[in-house]
Design a protein around this ligand. Structure first.
Ligand code: ADP
Ligand code: MG
Length: 696
């Protein structure tokens, strides 16, 4: 193995390579484009493209692709080779600036939510120079944004970049108020913790539900699940360790800062966390991480499950988004700092985040909504579907003191004046082990814990950046006009706390009592995806996103349609898969075992001896009554899926799947699980939970 520092980023066309391979003036021009988002001249692009190609070809690469993130949630690419015919039956390897900067994939088969009529199939991809090109599977990948021909965003990168721009613009206004003239840019930084399951390929291949839907649609509880809590941070099995090692190496080569790896709570569950970086790069890197997790698993004869809830009754997988804002001069704006003046700025930024979450709680909820994540949120393993903020004791006490105009008494029992010039000192709250909060302050950043493991992190980052930008802009509007900055700043902080403290909750979010309390506080409790999504198309949402140029109104509507469609299509595929597995596998198991029972019973009966047939009779009777339920519920589910065809409106269809199809699936699943627990393994046609979870 190469030494790590040499290996790190070896497949990335990064700053070091650029500096080495580009003429000075070209390098400078490119850097300017990267940092300021300025236009790239064609002649510059030509030189860059050529250097990229030479670098890639030296590494054995023959193709390039524009790598983008359409609304499918996975990344897409169409590989093109570098060859150009020379006219004498030979080829040379060429890569022009215009090919680097812009691509025109046929966009007609990507979800657009009605944005792009298929007759206008052209979409285009545009290079995002702020994210480095890299080599993956022998292809030079160029990170790009994906838009329709009329300029509507069809991907997750474009709005993320726009939201970062909005945040930058408004945050700089806040910094200037505090006399900070050095910072030229403010960026959001993100570190996503990624959970996943590993199972053996041989058992995976016998479960059509895992293959088609990513989760098990039935499975009786194994005798041992996660109740011993012996897996969390436990010793990593050699096979998993080898996988993690290779995954780390692959990620390092791509410049991904893979840092921590450990076992998670559920059996067969693990986590990987990188060191945080700029939101946009973090999003690209997280997509790459998920892709590599699957590819590397396959090389080890395993399958990596990224579904939010692959197994019922066992923890699902989430993705925690650690989010902060920082200046280009390296100052983390959510760091409380130690000097009072910095504290005043910090407190203003902190209350801005609090207000943003309170004002736009529904939108953050929307960003974590999917059919799969509905199985997790509120299920006593992930935060509830109610948005609240955990601040910890110390910060809460400070805010209380400011709100009531009282002094804040710190740990040394010194009384302190509250005022912009003498705000209290405080230390990082290192006590945060409240895992039940959806949005927790963890010392110098917030951790958003609602996201499911297979989401792109772009969604919540778009929302966070935009809602915080909005509050910054409201604050700046007030303070820029102020004649007495200190006084008005104090008032603003105080009134913001007063008006928005309902969103702060430091208690246990898993308790029922919290749900009631949240209702008393008037907080939204959008239990399912279908309940949550309409908030995305509300007037308030449209006003917010259009004001900050993050989404146009038609982009919002198209995304809303895509999300609804995604929801009901997911449930539909699950229902059809469940029906199919019952018809092809479960019924066969039930009949074979029943046959055997009846056989034994009949044989016993034909004996002249007086023998007990109790067991056979009991089993025949329970299995018979379960099988009659099975056939009834199967019919119910089939009919309900059929009926869905009568709906044409996306929201109505989604509601129907939530209210009718899902309950039918649950009913049916319960019967199958009961049957599974009665039927001997030699008759059961599918690997059990025990087998799946202990397969590696
Ligand atoms: P824990 O499990 O205690 O939450 P981890 O170490 O698993 O902590 O993950 C913490 C994540 O937070 C890492 O990805 C880390 O890089 C990230 N992080 C740290 N500081 C910041 C910051 N200022 N902005 C964004 N992310 C951060
Ligand atoms: Mg964490």
């Amino acid at each position: 193995m190469k030494r790590l520092p040499e290996m790190f980023g070896s497949n990335v066309f990064n700053d070091e390579v650029m500096r080495e391979r580009l003429p000075k003036d070209i390098y400078k021009a490119l850097k300017k484009t990267m940092e300021k988002g300025t236009h790239l001249e064609v002649d510059v692009a030509n030189v860059v493209a050529n250097a990229m190609k030479d670098w890639a070809v030296e590494k054995g690469v023959t193709h390039y692709t524009h790598w983008f993130q359409p609304m499918t949630g996975v990344t897409a690419q169409k590989n093109e080779s570098f060859i150009t015919p020379t006219g004498n039956g030979k080829v040379i390897m060429e890569f022009a600036g215009k090919e680097l900067v812009k691509g025109e994939p046929d966009a007609s088969s990507f979800p657009s939510g009605g944005l792009r009529a298929t007759f206008e199939a052209r979409g285009y991809t545009a290079w995002d120079p702020s994210s480095y090109a890299f080599i993956k599977d022998n292809v030079l990948c160029i990170p790009t944004a994906f838009c329709s021909y009329s300029g509507d965003a069809l991907d997750k990168k474009t709005p993320l970049l726009r939201s970062m721009e909005a945040l930058n613009k408004q945050a700089l206004r806040i910094l200037r108020l505090f006399g900070n003239e050095d910072a030229k840019r403010v960026i959001s930084t993100v570190g996503p913790e990624q959970e996943y399951f590993l199972i053996d390929k041989s058992v995976y291949e016998k479960r059509p539900d895992l293959i088609y839907t990513g989760r098990t649609l039935f499975g009786a509880k194994p005798p041992k699940g996660q109740e011993m809590e012996d897996h969390y941070f436990g010793k990593i099995k050699p096979r998993v360790a080898a996988y993690m090692q290779e995954l780390d190496e692959e990620l390092w080569k791509l410049g991904v800062l893979a840092k921590t790896k450990h076992n998670e709570v559920a059996p067969a569950q693990h986590e990987l966390a990188p060191i945080f970086t700029t939101a946009n790069i973090a999003a690209d890197h997280n997509q790459l991480t998920m892709e590599l997790m699957k590819n590397v698993a396959s090389r080890h004869d395993m399958v990596c499950l990224l579904h939010e809830k692959p197994f019922a009754g066992i923890n699902g997988s989430g993705k925690h988004i650690n989010w902060s804002i920082s200046t280009d001069t390296g100052i983390n704006l959510l760091d409380p700092g130690i000097t009072p003046s910095q504290n005043a700025q910090f407190l203003l930024i902190l209350v801005a985040v609090i207000k943003a979450l309170d004002d736009y709680q529904e939108l953050l909820r929307v960003s974590a909504a999917s059919a799969g994540n509905d199985h997790r949120l509120g299920a006593s393993e992930a935060p509830p579907a109610i948005i609240s903020i955990f601040l910890g004791e110390e910060l809460t006490a400070i805010l209380d003191a400011i709100e009531t105009g009282k002094c804040y008494q710190d740990k040394e029992k010194d009384f302190m004046e509250i005022g912009a010039s003498v705000l209290p000192h405080f230390q990082k709250d290192s006590t945060d082990r409240n895992r039940t909060s959806p949005f927790a302050f963890t010392g110098n950043r917030f951790e958003f814990r609602m996201l499911g493991s297979n989401f792109s992190i772009s969604g919540p980052n778009i929302v966070l950046n935009t809602i915080v930008a909005e509050i910054f802009s409201q604050f700046a509007d007030v303070l820029e006009k102020s004649n007495d900055f200190q006084e008005d700043l104090n008032k603003l902080i105080q009134s913001t706390i007063k008006n928005h403290k309902r969103i702060i909750f430091n208690g246990n979010g898993y308790e029922d009592e919290w749900t009631k309390e949240a209702e008393r506080r008037g907080l939204a409790n959008l239990k399912t995806t279908v309940d949550a999504l309409p908030s995305f198309v509300s007037d308030k949402s449209i006003e917010l996103f259009t004001k900050h140029h993050v989404f146009t109104e038609s982009e919002i509507h198209s995304r809303y349609e895509i999300l609804l469609e995604n929801y009901y299509k997911t449930v539909q595929i699950e229902a059809l898969t469940l029906i199919d597995m019952i018809k092809k596998g479960v019924i066969d198991s039930v009949l074979s075992f029943q046959g055997e029972l009846v056989d034994v019973w009949t044989k016993k009966k034909s004996l002249d001896l007086e023998v007990s047939k109790d067991m056979e009779e009991k089993m025949i009777s329970s299995i018979s009554s379960l099988s009659s339920k099975l056939s009834q519920y199967l019919e119910d589910l089939e009919k309900s899926v059929q009926n869905a065809k009568s709906y044409s409106d996306a929201l109505e269809t989604a509601e129907y799947f939530k209210d009718v199809v899902i309950p039918n699936m649950i009913k049916l699943r319960d019967v199958v699980d009961e049957l599974e627990s009665l039927i001997p393994s030699k008759y059961w046609n599918y690997p059990t939970y025990g087998e799946l979870l202990n397969s590696v």
